[in-house]
Write a protein that binds this ligand. Sequence first.
Ligand code: DC
Length: 224
Amino acid sequence: MEASAETPSFVVALDGPAASGKGTLSRLIAGQYGFAHLDTGTLYRGVAWLILNEGKDPSDQDLAARIAGDYAVEKIAGADIRTREVGAAASVVAANSGVRAALLDFQRRYAKTPPGGLKGAVLDGRDIGTVVCPDADVKFFVTASAEIRAHRRWLELKLEQPDLEEARIYKDLLERDARDAAREDAPMARADDAELLDTTHLSIDAAFAAARRVIDGVFQRCGN
Ligand code: DC
C-alpha cells in the first residue's frame, strides 16, 4: 500500500545528539515496518564535503547556501562524509539559515511521499520532530551521556584512524553538541511530545524494543 491522500505516509521522527544511537535505531525501525529511512545529517555533511572539496570555507554563508540550493545526492557519490573534519564542518554549515531553508523542502517531501511508494518514512536528525515534521506520528528523542557517545564514535572511527585519541573525539562532540543546540535556527531540541530514549545504559536491542512498543501502540490507536 502506497502513501496517498487516503492513507498518508506514517512518519517516525528521531532526534538527538551525535552517536546517541538514533541512526542504528532508525535503520532498525525502517526495516521492521518496511519504511524508507532518511539520515538527514548526510544532507548537511554532503554540503560540507562539497565546500571542503573545493578548498573553500564552510562558514562562508552565501557559498554554503548556494551549494545547498543545488544539492543532489549524486554530487557526493563515493565521498567519505563520515570523517571528523566533515562532521565539524557540517555543524557549521547547519547553523546557516540559508542552508537549512534550502534542505527543508526535500526532507518534507521525503516524509510525505517516501521513495519506492513505501507507506511510511523514518527521518533522523536534530530538528525533525520540532521543525521538519512537527506532525510526525511518532517522535523520539534519543540521547546518551557524552562519555558513552564519545566512546562509541571513537570505536567506529579508530578502525580507519588508529591514532585517533578518545579525548579528542569527546572534545569534538561537546563542541558540536553546543553548536547544534545553541544555534538560533532549528536548534537540536526534544519536541514536547517526543518519547525520551536514553541509551546510556540501554542496549540497542532494548532501545529498539522500547521504540517498537511505542510505535505499535500508535498503530493500534489509529487502527493500522
Ligand atoms: O547526525 P550527523 O552527525 O551526521 O549530523 C551532522 C551535522 O548536521 C550535525 O552537526 C548537526 C547537523 N544536523 C542538523 O543540524 N539537523 C539535522 N536534521 C541533521 C543534522
